[in-house]
Design a protein around this ligand. Sequence first.
Ligand code: KIV
Length: 272
Amino acid sequence: MSTAKKEYKRITTKTLVDMKNRGEKISMLTAYDYTMAKIVDGSGIDVILVGDSASNVMAGHETTLPITLDQMIYHAASVIRGIERSLVVVDLPFGSYQSDPKEALRSAIRIMKESGAHAVKMEGGKEIKESIKRILNAGIPVMGHLGLTPQSIYKFGTYTVRAKEEEEAEKLIEDALLLEKTGCFAIVMEKIPAKLARQVAEKLTIPIIGIGAGNGVDGQVLVTHDMLGMTHEFNPRFLRRYLDLYTEMTNAFGQYSADVKSGNFPSDAEQY
Ligand code: KIV
């Protein structure tokens, strides 16, 4: 029996490094469920991040801290069922990797085994080096995350731009070099000065994906619910809204409600 060749080419961690080498930008968006993942994947987005931002946009928590490993696995497995081409990266949630490398590896293995995801993402640099090494040694690709790291929000105390001062900028560069040397295949850099982000992207051979890090990096990531305009109360400077779904959906729900109440829905053609 012949196996028909699929038209799409799956994105791998190597594809992303090749894209950087060719100067081709990488597109990345979040998804947490099957339906959204199917649309994002079908739109040609290179990487889907099952971000712990699910804690905010799906569960309504103020921070990313409360989401659990089981909940991340549930979201990731739903996303995996919707994709054909994109690389799927899953956040290791707060509390699932910070205490020791063995726990970190166990958490990463659970994500890979129980969801079918392709890689994990972890926040931090030098402090989590041993955990990253352990996970990489098990054959699991790791994406780093530096700059504003929301799992440490109570340490920072604010969501303002990171690494504006020289000392923090130097630590960020050191951490980025260390993550590359340790074997991470890419790094997300969140909310740092554009000049610094560009400098890091030029120094490193692995792709730097920015969010609020300017245009001199190798790719961009946004939270899908934000760029679709569903979360209208969140307005950072870096966010470009491509739709105003909050208004569109509010109008649609209002119209539906009015149609139900007036008896206009369902019509004769919409019943059996
Ligand atoms: O959880 C998330 O969505 C993220 C992005 C903001 C990069 O980590």
